[in-house]
Ligand binder design. Sequence first.
Ligand code: ATP
Length: 413
Amino acid sequence: MTEARAEIITIGDELLSGETVDTNSNWIDGALEAAGYAVERHTTVPDDLDEIADAFRTACARAELVISSGGLGPTQDDLTLEGLALALGCALRRDAPTIAAIAARFHKMGREMTPNNERQAMVPEVGEVIPNPVGTAPAFTAKLGRARVFLLPGVPREMRWLVEHEILPRVKLPEARVARRTLKVVGVGESRLEHSVLDVVRTHPEVRFGYRTLGAENHIKLSASGPDRVARLEAAEAAVRAALGDQIFGVDKDELSEVVGALLRERKQTLATAESCTGGWIGKLLTDVPGSSDYLLGGVVAYANAIKVELLGVRAEDLAAHGAVSPVVARAMAEGARARFGATFGLSTTGVAGPGGGTEEKPVGLVFVGCAGPDDTIVRELRLPGDRAQIRLSSALITLELLRRKIAGTTTG
Ligand code: ATP
C-alpha cells in the first residue's frame, strides 16, 4: 500500500512579498506526517480568485488530503471560500450559525460587528462549516474530486488549534502506512554522515534514506512502507546505529538541549556557562526546556577582556599572550565558570563570528569551545562555515554536544 498523499496551500500576498514567513506549512507537515500522510507539495498563491481556485483544482487532482491556510478573514482580499466554490463549481450560501457565532463573539468582546464580518459566513453550498472557537473565521471542509479539502485561517495559533482538535481526528489514518525514524547528530557534516552509512544504504534497499542539515545538526531520515515496514525500519536503524555509534544524540523530536538536560538531571549534576561569541545562545537553548533550573546554575556572557578576568578568573597574561580567541582562554573560561558557580560542568565559547574581525591567523569561523568537568577540561578548535548566525548556532550546539559526550563518558581530554 502506498502512503496517503497530502498537499498544503498557503494563501496571501504577504507570503510572496517576504512580509510573512510561511511557518504554517512547516507545522502542518509535522502534524500530517505523524498522522500517516506524506506531504508531497506546498503551494503558495496570492490573494487572487483564479489562482486560488486553480491551486485547489490541481492539488485535489493529485492528493487525497489538501489543507489550505489563510484568506478566511472579513476583508475584500480574503477570497479562499470563494476560490473553493469556483473550483467546486458551486455558489456561495450565507451560513446563519456562523453569523450568530461571530455576533456572539463580538458581543462578548464588547465590540460592534461590522457588515464585512458577514463575508466570513459566505461559504460554498457544498461542504461543511467547522466552527472556530479560538477566532472569528470558521474553518470549512468539502470533497473536491477524490480529495478531502480543509480551509483554515492563517493565524498560526488558530490554525494549530483547528488542526489538532478538528482536522486530525477526522483524517488520522487508522494505522501509519509508513514507518519513519529520524536519527540526529551534531558536529558530523552531511557528507561524512552519508559516507558513514553508505554500506547500510546499499544493504537496505527497501528503506528510503534522506538527509537534512540544520547547520551543525544533521538528520538521517529513514522510512519504509509495505507489510514488513516496522521490521525493515528497525533493521536499518540498528545498522545505522552500529555505523555511527554514540554520535547519535537522539531521535525524532528529541532536541539536544533536552537530551543534555535529562542526562544532567538523572545524574544530579549542574552546569554553568561562559559565553563569548555565542552571546548567551547556549543558555537560551538550555532554558527553552522547561525545568532547566534543576541543572543550569547560570552563566556569564563575557565579551570584554576585563569581564573575562574579573568574573571568570581568566589570566590577563593569557589574554595578552594568546588573545581572547584561543584554546588557553576557552579552557580558562570553562574552568572559571565551573569554579565560580560551583557547578559540575562549565562550558565556554570564544571565537570570530564575523562578518568582520577575521585575520589570516584567526579567520571568521574560528571558534574555541571548552567543557570543564570534575576530572579534566576538553577544548576543541572549530572551523565553522556560514554566516554570523550559523557560526554562533553551530558553536552553541557543538559545545552542548561536547558536554553530552563528556557526561556519557565517551570523550576524554
Ligand atoms: P483572519 O483574517 O481572521 O486574521 P485569515 O484566514 O484571513 O484570518 P490571513 O489574513 O491570511 O488569515 O492571515 C492572518 C495572519 O496570520 C497574517 O497576518 C500572518 O501574520 C499570519 N499568517 C498567515 N498565513 C501564514 C503562514 N502561512 N504562516 C505563518 N503565518 C501566517
